[in-house]
Write a protein that binds this ligand. Structure first.
Ligand code: CDP
Length: 233
């Protein structure tokens, strides 16, 4: 990154499979920033819950579980790797079985409190792009740039289906659609930090934009926040 630029925090929120992580990763790469996929942290907690058959509705059992969970993120070739209690779980947390419970786990305030504290620590030095559901509203309400991604349901289903196909995971489009709708509903109606567009967020409909077009829009917005005369392309 050029010298003398102002490091900023960029928050990208939106529904599942709207392209948040793809955009956040590409934008971070272009700006030489760190990309944090906050969903990975909720997925890691969910994996632990599943592995240990934790009753998430029992607050003391859940508090105990949280005290035994340590989530760590490392970065290899610009890609985030998620570690759960020193085990690389990057692949395991993307399995469809996690999609079945992650939104329920994410409704719990005890879980959110811990994740948000860790996310804020990661943003201490700015120079990050973080994607999730509550980044612009709760984690970094003062973020310099907030983007809110939306996309048509059929497009989201196709994107997620292709993503899973590439990983050799067989799931029908119908199952994906049901899960996306279920998670949209749980994520946007929960009491603690529901998914919503921050008043000062810029909405981008990614349905008919290529990843490159999305990146250009986001990059131009970021650049205007940073003072573009100090940046080079
Ligand atoms: O990849 P996808 O968009 O499907 O989901 P994700 O970003 O990995 O997030 C998985 C789930 O974690 C979401 O459906 C939310 O329930 C939860 N989440 C959250 O509550 N808050 C965040 N900041 C990020 C994710």
């Amino acid at each position: 990154m050029p010298t003398g630029h102002r490091k900023i925090i960029i928050a990208i929120d939106g529904y599942s499979a709207c392209g948040k992580s793809t955009l956040a990763r590409a934008l971070a790469k272009r700006l030489h920033y760190l990309h944090i996929d906050s969903g990975a942290m909720y997925r890691a907690v969910s994996l632990y819950v599943m592995q240990h058959q934790i009753d998430i509705h029992d607050p003391s059992v859940m508090a105990d579980a949280l005290s035994n969970i340590s989530i760590h993120l490392s970065f290899e070739n610009d890609a985030q790797v998620t570690w759960l209690n020193h085990e690389n779980v990057e692949e395991a947390i993307r399995e469809p079985r996690i999609n079945q419970i992650v939104s329920d786990v994410s409704t719990l305030s005890a879980v959110r409190k811990e994740m948000v504290a860790q996310q804020r620590r990661l943003g201490r030095n700015k120079g990050i792009v973080m994607d999730g559901r509550d980044i612009g509203t709760v984690v970094f309400p003062d973020a310099d740039l907030k983007l809110f991604l939306v996309s048509e349901l059929e497009v989201r289903v196709e994107r997620r289906w292709l993503e899973l196909q590439k990983k050799g995971i067989e799931v029908s489009r119908e199952e994906i659609k049901e899960n996306l709708l279920l998670r949209d509903n749980i994520d946007s109606t929960r009491a603690d930090s529901p998914l919503r567009k921050a008043a000062d967020a810029t909405e981008i409909d990614t349905s008919y934009l290529t990843p490159e077009e999305q990146l250009q829009i986001a990059y131009d917005l970021a650049r205007s926040m940073m003072g573009h005369q100090e940046l080079e392309d």
